[in-house]
Design a protein around this ligand. Sequence first.
Ligand code: PGA
Length: 256
Amino acid sequence: MINRKKIIAGNWKMNKTQGEALALVEDLIRDIGKFDEAEIVLCPPFTSLSAVSELLSPVPNIKLGAQNMHEAASGAYTGEISAGMLKALYVRYVIIGHSERRQYFHEDDATVNRKTKAALAAELRPIVCVGETLPEREADKWKSVLETQLTGGLAGFGDKELADIIIAYEPVWAIGTGKTASPVQAQEAHQWIREVLRKNFSPVAADKIRIQYCGSVKAENAKELLSQPDIDGALVGGASLDARGFTAIIKNACLK
Ligand code: PGA
């Protein structure tokens, strides 16, 4: 059996000023700065990346991520940020195609594909988000939705690219709603994602790739979710905004 190191990322979304971000990171360094049982990633807003990067530079086990990027290397794209700009701040991960980007900023699978390519070219590790909406789940279309998003978003990729990609499964109906997919529902979806990758891309990459669960993860449900065989971590929104809550998720989920 392949041993996939758990990866827990905090997606702060549009929360925290730079001062608030630094206070949270100081607490996290104190609590989990030496935690080695999982890979830990923090994704603050763009405005705090530089300061947080500096604070994290002597802390090898907590890595920096961004929440989005533009696909072009540079140019006349007012308000946008490129992969190279992130890389220069020692950002290592970038979330691509989060359901909020798809819903409010009209990103589709083709956008996800272009951004993922640009991230890989800049040596960032993309966290590619996929997931079905409530009507799609209720109509029992979640399998085909996930398959379309994966084959479109990852089109043209092989073993080499997939080795640096992380997938986040986010049932959209569980994002920020307090509703969580049951461990059985989540495991079923993760297993399907691996099967789609095996069938359409590569059996080797499908076994190795890490798939995070995303959607109302908290200290109370983290252990059960992350003990499922195909769940390799979590992308945490609301509960990552507080040091105690995020630390408890990491410790509950990853300590034996
Ligand atoms: P949530 O958000 O944990 O607040 O549901 C997760 C996410 O959207 O990344």
